[in-house]
Ligand binder design. Sequence first.
Ligand SMILES: [Zn+2]
Ligand SMILES: [Zn+2]
Length: 298
Amino acid sequence: MRQDEIDDIETDAEEPFLQEYTDQLVRRMTLNGLTVEGFSRAAMQTYWRIPELKLGFDLGAQPWSFMGTPRWFISHTHMDHMLALPAYVCRRRMMKMEPPVIFLPEQSVGTVRRLLDVYTRLDYGRLPCELVGVRPGDEFELSRELVVTVAETFHTIPSVSYVIWERRKKLKKEYLSLSGEQIRDLRLSDVEVTNEIRYPRVAYLGDSTAQGLDAAPEMYEAEILIMELSFVANRHRGDRIKKYGHIHLDDIVARRKRFKNKAVIASHFSVRYLDSEIENTVLRRLPDMLDGRLTLWF
Ligand SMILES: [Zn+2]
Ligand SMILES: [Zn+2]
C-alpha cells in the first residue's frame, strides 16, 4: 500500500485498525496480565512483543498486527533479529502513527542510521524514528511505572539483554503506623515517606552464551524470562556452541535450580532440529519442565 492510497484514513489510534492478517507466525501466552506474543528460530527470524507494556524485542520480522507497538528493544543486529526494521518504521509512518523509538547496542546506531538513509532513498519515503544507543549498565525510564535496564551478553557481535521493571512507591516501614493526616504532614514538610520497590517483570536475553544469564542475575528472577536455547542435542555439545555465542540444553540443566521465574520461554532453536526432536530431548533431560514453568516455543 502506498502513501496516496491511505491518505484518506484518519486515525490517532496506536493499535492497528486494519483487519488482522496472519502474515507471520505468532504464538501467544498470558501470565499475570501480560501477554507474550512472537516467534523465534535461529537464522530464520525473531520477534516478540508484550502489548500491555507497549514494547517489543527484536525485529527479525514484523507481523502486521505488531505495528501498533511503539517501542522496540533490539538485542543485536544479526539479520534474523533486525531485518524488518525499515518495514516497521515505514508502516507506522504510512498509518500516521507516532515515530517509534528503537533501542539498540550503541556500536550499531551509526550503521543502522545509514541503513535507514539508504532505504529512504530506495523507497522514496521518510523513515522517521528515534534510535537510542544502549550500553550494559544503562537504565531508561519508560513511564512512571516502567524502567528498562540493559546488561551484557556474550555473542559473536555486540549484543545486550534487557529487563523491564515495574516500580511502585511503598510507604517506609517507620511510617506504617501513622495516620493519613500525619503522613500528609510529613510529605508537606518534604520528608520522603516512600521507598521505590522494583519488580522485574520481563527479561529478554537475546542471543548469548549462558554467561549472559549469569551476568544479570535478575534474568533468573523476572516473572517472565524469554531466552534463547539454540542447541539441545548431544551431538551439538561443546566449545563450538560457546564460540558461536549460544546456549545448549546442558547449560539449562546445570542451572536448573537458579530459575525463579514464573515462566521461562525457551526459543531460538536451531533449524537443524525437528520440533519433535527438541521436545523429546528436553523432556528427557528436564522431565518436570522446571516444575511446569518451562515452555518450548517453536
Ligand atoms: Zn539469532
Ligand atoms: Zn545472533
